[in-house]
Design a protein around this ligand. Structure first.
Ligand code: SF4
Ligand SMILES: [Zn+2]
Length: 347
């Protein structure tokens, strides 16, 4: 195991899982999304599992999803109870996003009969179902079985590729798979008429703001032939992660909202994919943020663009802090380490 993988693993070794109720989902909520060009309601369910297998082995540098995991197998009965509870608040939203903070297709997380049972219930009720998986679980056998269940509806698998650069994915993210693995999974998904959503990570640790912005734009270009949707994930500082370790030592700053705006503007000239961004924790010190004065305005514009794809939403955004962001893009590569926003820092 290399050093960054060992470091990622050390956070799990020292971690005592919180007492969690295996019969309750992590969270469920309703949000807006787009289906066939129209804004519709989407219902998000996060099932509680034993945890992402990759996270249990070492995990990604920015991922703290394991904080909500059981670290022990969850029984079929418990999954049934979680799903029933989740569906009590379902109001007929057209899209259902079924997440596990890991891989829905990983049989060690969710037993295959449970995966299929849940999908068949949702196929009866929703127009589109979206799940997530690492590429190694996307196999011919699994997709053929799922295709039989969901073929009457739109079905999407989200893959956290993060970047098309194998070096960045290995050394800065510790993701544990290659761009080629992603391409192979996409080929299988297309064969089974399934849609592909690709997550792109903005600002992994060890990259400057400018390096990360350029990496995201390059990635959007590289994955244009493979993906239907690009979902930009700005890094937020999650607990018990390498990112949090660096952030606490003033060696990491989450991305500026200006970088997200710039990415969204430029992405349309390199890809035809639907491009969106969900800035989790946006505006806070742990999430993507600007100066604090303009954050809400810029976040609203990002949200509007993510639903409409209209560049107009991003034009005419101004604030004094934009100059600081531009300075950082120019200067940070000359400095040692990542710039920290001391202006907003309250220890
Ligand atoms: S980012 Fe995805 S693959 Fe990486 S540890 Fe988290 S859940 Fe697992
Ligand atoms: Zn500002």
């Amino acid at each position: 195991m290399n050093e960054i993988a060992t470091f990622c693993q050390s956070f799990k070794k020292d971690f005592t899982p919180r007492a969690q109720d295996a019969r309750q989902p992590v969270r469920c909520w309703s949000e807006k999304d787009v289906l066939d060009g129209k804004v519709v309601d989407a219902y998000v369910i996060i099932l509680r599992t034993r945890g992402c297998s990759w996270a249990l082995a070492s995990g990604c540098t920015m991922c703290g999803y394991f904080n909500d995991s059981m670290f022990a197998p969850v029984s079929e009965n418990d999954f049934q109870s979680q799903f029933e509870k989740a569906m009590q608040s379902y109001k007929g939203e057209k899209i259902v996003k079924l997440f596990t903070s890991g891989s829905y297709l990983d049989p060690h997380e969710i037993p295959v009969p449970v995966q299929h049972e849940i999908l068949s219930v949702l196929t009866e009720r929703a127009e589109k179902i979206s799940v997530e998986s690492r590429p190694e679980y996307v196999t011919e056998k699994r997709l053929a079985a799922i295709h039989k269940i969901v073929s009457s509806k739109e079905f999407e698998i989200g893959i956290g590729l993060e970047t098309s650069n194998d070096l960045v994915r290995e050394k800065a993210i510790n993701k544990g798979f290659t761009f080629n693995d992603y391409k192979k999974a996409v080929k299988l998904l297309k064969k089974h008429q399934m849609n592909v959503k690709t997550y792109v990570l903005m600002k992994p640790p060890f990259l400057t703001e400018k390096e990360s912005l350029n990496d995201c734009i390059r990635t959007a270009q590289d994955i244009a032939p493979y993906t239907d949707i690009i979902s930009l994930n700005p890094t937020n500082v999650q607990r018990h992660t390498v990112v949090e370790y660096l952030w606490k030592r003033n060696q990491y700053r989450p991305p500026w909202l200006w970088s997200i705006v710039e990415f969204l503007k430029q992405s349309k000239s390199v890809t035809d994919a639907f491009v969106k961004c969900d800035a989790v924790g946006g505006g806070s010190m742990r999430g993507a943020h600007n100066c604090g004065v303009c954050d809400r305005k810029v976040l609203n514009a990002i949200e509007e663009f993510s639903l409409s794809q209209k560049q107009d939403a991003l034009n005419n955004l101004t604030c004094d802090c934009k100059e600081k962001w531009l300075d950082q893009l120019d200067l940070e590569n000359l400095s040692f380490g990542s710039f920290v926003d001391f202006a907003r820092w309250k220890p």
